[in-house]
Write a protein that binds this ligand. Structure first.
Ligand SMILES: NC(=O)c1ccc[n+]([C@@H]2O[C@H](COP(=O)([O-])OP(=O)(O)OC[C@H]3O[C@@H](n4cnc5c(N)ncnc54)[C@H](OP(=O)(O)O)[C@@H]3O)[C@@H](O)[C@H]2O)c1
Length: 307
């Protein structure tokens, strides 16, 4: 049956953005729900963001996602923020409210991250290491503290940015937060007590390694990379060689995208169809199974074979 909805354009803005599989996933969701919309990617550097948002308003677009490096830069350009975006201090989803007159910023990365980790890692009462201090790190750090992490270490290339993130997270509660240089990871410092290590840098997009002595972590520690790719990132490959469990960014992509779809359309997201589209695009092959019967579609963590 033909949809009565007016066709709208949705999209992801970022730079780089060519790697983004959000179009494959969101267009599959529109097809599965018989909505006539189209989702595209647009390369928008930070300096062009204001103009791009103006054009999106003029075109009466349906909604936007933002990826690096725009999640924080967009804050002063929006008409309102949801409490979640306010808490995180970054936006990954823009909803066009009041017929497109007002742009509302939300953030689905934090909730998506917790959904992706459900059943795979214990956050409450444990220590986590967060690598990176950009927009994604803000969402993950906020999610970890909200879910009850006992303590957090932030390791970032630029110390001042890590300090700003720590200061922001400190407002959420009294959880102890320490800072470390990236070199500490190469020596295994900060990893000894970690239950979870999350890489939020884009290094995996470039196939670039991050020096890491994964053996220093407890055997049950889970290593997560927010980057998604057909092959494990060097970071995850390093952790797997040390016999640690790994999870790439595919399940976060799926969960944050499903939540964004629900915000834009006010319909339940067809997670199974979205997961199928990601699998068809080559994701999840090293992290089977991509979906679980009877549950929201997820990508499981990869436990290396026992030696
Ligand atoms: N799977 C998903 O659905 C999903 C969701 C969200 C984000 N992501 C991915 O997460 C990554 C980060 O996104 P973002 O929005 O947080 O980006 P961002 O705001 O630009 O932050 C990037 C962070 O990575 C660090 N970094 C960048 N290049 C580096 C390098 N060569 N060496 C060491 N550190 C480096 C930066 O350190 P400095 O502070 O020193 O510059 C900063 O802390 C992207 O790859 C994005 O695709 C994936």
């Amino acid at each position: 049956m033909a949809s009565r909805e007016r066709a709208r354009i949705f999209g992801v803005l970022g730079d780089p953005v060519d790697h983004s599989l959000s179009p494959a996933m969101q267009n599959a969701a529109f097809v599965a729900t018989q909505l006539p919309h189209l989702y595209l990617r647009f390369r928008v550097p930070a300096r062009a963001l204001r103009g791009a948002l103006g054009e999106a308003r003029q075109l009466a677009m349906g909604g936007l996602n933002l990826t690096l490096p725009l999640k924080e830069a967009v804050l002063p350009l929006l008409d309102a923020l949801t409490p979640e975006a306010e808490r995180i201090g970054a936006v990954n989803t823009v909803v066009f409210a009041e017929g497109g007159k007002r742009l509302h910023g939300d953030n689905t990365d934090g909730r998506g991250f917790l959904a992706a980790l459900r059943g795979r890692a214990t956050i409450r009462g444990t220590h986590a290491v967060l690598i990176g201090a950009g927009g994604a790190a803000r969402a993950v750090g906020t999610a970890l503290l909200t879910a009850g992490s006992a303590s957090l270490t932030i390791a970032n290339r630029t110390l001042a940015r890590a300090e700003r993130l720590a200061e922001h997270l400190t407002r959420l509660g009294p959880t102890p937060i320490t800072l470390a240089p990236l070199e500490a990871l190469a020596q295994g410092r900060t990893l000894e007590r970690a239950s979870l290590v999350v890489n939020t840098t884009p290094l995996g997009l470039l196939g670039a390694p991050l020096r890491l002595r994964a053996e220093a972590s407890p055997r049950a520690c889970l290593f997560v990379d927010l980057v998604y790719a057909a092959e494990p990132t060097p970071f995850l490959a390093r952790a797997a060689r040390a016999g640690r469990s790994t999870l790439d960014g595919t399940s976060l992509l799926l969960q944050q995208g499903a939540l964004a779809f629900e915000l834009w359309t006010r319909r339940r997201a067809p997670r199974a169809a979205m997961a199928r589209a990601l699998r068809a695009a080559g994701l999840g092959a090293h992290a089977t199974p991509l979906t679980r019967r009877g549950a929201a579609a997820t990508v499981s963590s990869r436990r290396p074979p026992r030696s």
